[in-house]
Design a protein around this ligand. Structure first.
Ligand code: MSP
Length: 501
């Protein structure tokens, strides 16, 4: 059985989740669900990043201890994921003992291998990034990401000999051409490596909110080095060697472009230094923009997933972000665009197909759904659509996968309009066209199920299929001819009530 281990970044608990965070998590969830349909053994993980200075300050500002702050906000992420039907198999919090064990074990291995040495560090620090910058990185004297003032910091700490890994990283990139996608991001990472790597500080002596350094307990690890290791923790590093062998290194990370340097340069180097293989795949996406800007607390442009779910439902929410926001480039969020997509694809195309078919089956076939034609004119298209959807998910292009499925929905609606079974007398011709349409509904429900977690199951139920859709297995369930016919088809209310634009 194939295995599929997919991760999201772990989110900072200084603030509540917004649709930018949810974008990565919903995409990872879609991928996990697709791989479960393929019959793969899946490990899909998300979680929260709970240490560091930013967190400590957020807690102080809220009058909470760092742990209380982490508990409150980590729970808000969990609530958001439950609301969005996120099917993660594990939820990692960096304050958990299993994670402390993994960080200490992995960093001890790096230390024992001779890649860590003590020193003093001074530099310009952005607390929001939890990272140092040089003068030249700054834009108008401000952090290039957050456009906020940086602080001069100096401290005693331990350094990771990153500079020693430049050649090995370049080699890794040429041996694994598909490891970082899209290509432009791969080139960006290679550019950073070839531009010269400096050793980096991996501990903090001025902070107590973190994982204590095993060889010098007065220090804690720098939050990013603790955070990256979460991916190994979940796979069993430091606690379960058998499990680690099973899941590592075939891990697939999904990340936003702002954390490329950490995932595509520092993390592979750290893995090499610890004596484990770097991650197999990192897919990098752009930002979701609101009125041209990245969402942020300071810009007051954050949108909570719950607000959109209230208007569009869970399926409408998931469909929009998977279908309309291509994974890769930046994308502009627009409420109007979301409403238009919902009405066009869900209310009109898919919703109408189900409504029409069930109405005509009730009128002309006594409510019993006929079987599709093996030689249906829609069969070759269904086969193309399945292949296109499978290829698209493989490339982390959910938008293309759903676009393909909707080609089949549109073709089935067009075939109905042409045949007009509602005007024709009951008989084999009407049965044939309705059987084909029912088969399209069955296939589309499966292909869309990574996005439409609820409607896909409802379509199956209404067309009389009793097997839970989650038990469907691809490729068979995606091929023409699976609808048996002879099943009671239910006439229900609109699957996707129209949204008032
Ligand atoms: N805690 C670190 C990640 C550690 S992973 C070992 C972190 N957290 S974060 O909460 O600030 O961001 C998490 C992810 O959310 C990042 O991939 C980031 O790109 C993504 N997004 C935050 N805002 C976003 C948008 N507006 N649009 C798309 N993704 C965005 O970084």
């Amino acid at each position: 059985m194939a295995r599929f281990y997919v991760t999201t970044p772990i989110y900072y608990v200084n603030d509540a989740p917004h649709i930018g965070h949810a974008y990565t998590t919903v995409t990872a969830d879609g991928l996990a669900r697709w791989h479960r349909l393929l019959g793969d053994e899946v490990l899909f993980v998300t979680g929260t990043d709970e240490h560091g200075l930013k967190m400590k300050r957020a807690a102080q500002a809220n009058g909470l201890s760092p742990k209380e702050q982490a508990d409150v906000y980590s729970a808000r992420y969990e609530e958001a994921w439950a609301l969005l039907d996120i099917s993660n198999d594990d939820y990692i919090r960096t304050t958990e003992p299993r994670h402390h064990k993994a960080v200490r074990a992995l960093m001890q291995a790096v230390y024992d291998n001779g890649w860590i040495y003590p020193g003093t560090y001074s530099g310009l620090y952005c607390v929001d990034c939890e990272g140092y910058y040089t003068e030249t990185d700054l834009i108008d004297g401000l952090c290039p990401v957050h456009r906020r003032p940086v602080e001069f910091m100096t401290e005693e700490n331990y350094f990771f000999r990153l500079s020693a890994f430049a050649d090995r990283l370049v080699e890794w990139y040429s041996d694994q051409p598909g490891a970082v996608t899209p290509e432009s991001r791969r080139n960006e990472a290679l550019g950073i490596i070839k531009g010269g790597l400096q050793d980096i500080s991996v501990t903090r002596s001025t902070l107590d909110w973190g994982v204590p350094v095993p060889w010098d307990e007065d220090h804690v690890f720098y939050v990013w080095y603790d955070a990256l290791i979460n991916y190994a923790t979940v796979a069993g590093y430091g606690t379960d060697d058998g499990r680690f062998k099973k899941w590592w290194p075939a891990v697939h990370h999904l990340i936003g472009k702002d954390i490329l340097r950490f995932h595509c340069v520092y993390w592979p180097a750290l893995c090499m230094a610890a004596g484990i293989e770097p991650p197999r795949r990192v897919s990098v996406h752009g930002y979701l923009l609101v009125r041209g800007e990245k969402m942020s607390k300071t810009a007051f442009n954050q949108i909570a997933p719950a607000d959109l779910v209230a208007d569009f439902g869970v399926d409408g929410y998931r469909y929009h972000f998977l279908r309309d926001q291509s994974f890769g480039p930046d994308g502009e969020f627009s409420y109007e665009g979301m409403a238009a997509r919902y009405n066009a694809d869900l209310a009109n195309n898919l919703g109408n197909l189900l409504a029409r078919v069930s109405a005509v089956v009730a009128q002309k076939c006594g409510g019993i759904g006929p079987a599709p034609r093996p030689e249906s004119p829609l069969a070759p298209l269904a086969s193309d659509v399945y292949d296109a959807a499978a290829a698209a998910w493989e490339k982390v292009a959910p938008s293309d996968a759903l676009e393909a499925a909707w080609r089949l929905v549109r073709a089935a609606n067009a075939a109905l309009e042409e045949a007009e079974p509602w005007r024709a007398p009951p008989g084999p011709e009407v049965d044939a066209v309705l059987g084909d349409a029912l088969e399209v509904l069955r296939i589309v429900a499966v292909l869309a199920s990574p996005a439409l977690t609820r409607a896909s199951a409802e379509i199956w139920r209404r067309i009389g299929l009793t097997q839970p859709i989650a038990e469907a297995r691809l490729p068979d369930a995606g091929r023409w001819g699976g609808y048996p016919g002879g099943l009671a088809v239910e006439r229900g209310g609109p699957l996707f009530p129209r949204h008032r634009d």
